[in-house]
Design a protein around this ligand. Sequence first.
Ligand code: URA
Length: 435
Amino acid sequence: MDARSIIAQVRDRIPLDGHAAEWFARGLASGEVTDAQAGAFAMAVLLNGLGEAGRVALASAMRDSGKLLEWQLPGPVIDKHSTGGIGDCTSLLLAPALAACGAYVPMISGRGLGHTGGTLDKLEAIPGYRADVPVEELYALVADIGCAIVGATADIAPADRRLYAIRDVTSTVESIDLITASILSKKLAAGLEALVLDVKVGTGAFMKSGAEAEALAKSLVRTANDAGCRTMALITDMNQPLAASAGNALEVMEALATLTGDEINQRLWDVTIALGAEALVLADLAESARDGADQLGEALRSGRAAEHFGRMIAALGGPVDFVERYPDRLPAAPVMYGVHAQQAGFIGAIDGLAIGHAVVHLGGGRLKGGDAVNPSVGLSEIMPLGEPVEKGEVIARVHAATEDAAERACAAVVKAMKISAQPPEIPPLIPNRVT
Ligand code: URA
């Protein structure tokens, strides 16, 4: 077997069998498959699809490209994973909140992908934070603190680590087969008992329509349940950034404000509670979603979730007083501009893809593999859909490394945030649930 013939097979729509998937995943992990071959494979999959059997074969082969974690803990091992969005810092609240409710959460996360943000890039905005930890340290952290948000190390699903980075820079992200294999390779390797998926839909998501999001949710839920991990999905709205910030340090700031109760972002709170409640039910830690929501609300309001978060940050190399002093501990960009409404009206539509690209171009994401991310740049105070605005009012703030970059981002945001004469219809925050 060799990479060329496997790529040709997918190009010619010949079903991918388990052996070919295994060979390719092993080759991704060992380096025998080159970057060019991985990019060509990803494009062939994106254009032609793999079919259900091929998708399961690729997810299983990528899972088996590294270590499979095994847990011996007094509570259930669970997680949540998102398909990627803008201003989505839910993981930063949810992992510690679930830990405070008695679950164990080894959250193996990714970096920014395409125009979307990545949890690891956000956490690495915290000075000293180490996202790459060996498996032994992950076991110890989860047992001690209840949660750890880390990267997929060389040990866990290494095939995905490589393919993920290549997809990011070859416009091959938006494929149901590749997203399913990518997410589930990591989640199944993590030895989870239960998993909740946050499948984003809308202008800022990889899946733009409800039908596409539902197809992705069904693919993920079916593949994960077949592999023995109790899984369900919520489809959540990404027709506007989830929180009011997009950018690494800025999102950490907003997540911490909600986590500590300093300033609660309601949409972020609602999505966190909805996903967490489902996770607690799947894990048999709650009798109903209502009960789960109550438990999570208490964990957040009492400060117990924040306490777990603070211990996790300190254990992974961040400041020991991060939860108390987060505004002083996060890097700030040197240039800040307001984006002004060009006319009066309402925030009528937000092009999430354009907002995501604006953040990437500010330096908050990567345009090519290996690019360094600037943690301090991005957007804040992004007005939500339906908000009334006066001409000249600030509808978002740009945080940039240079004045030129700030000006370009302001122009992009003005274009991305349409002002309408009438208030728009606001899409529901959680339009669907897939089991
Ligand atoms: N998250 C992942 O881990 N992989 C994807 O392909 C998309 C989102």
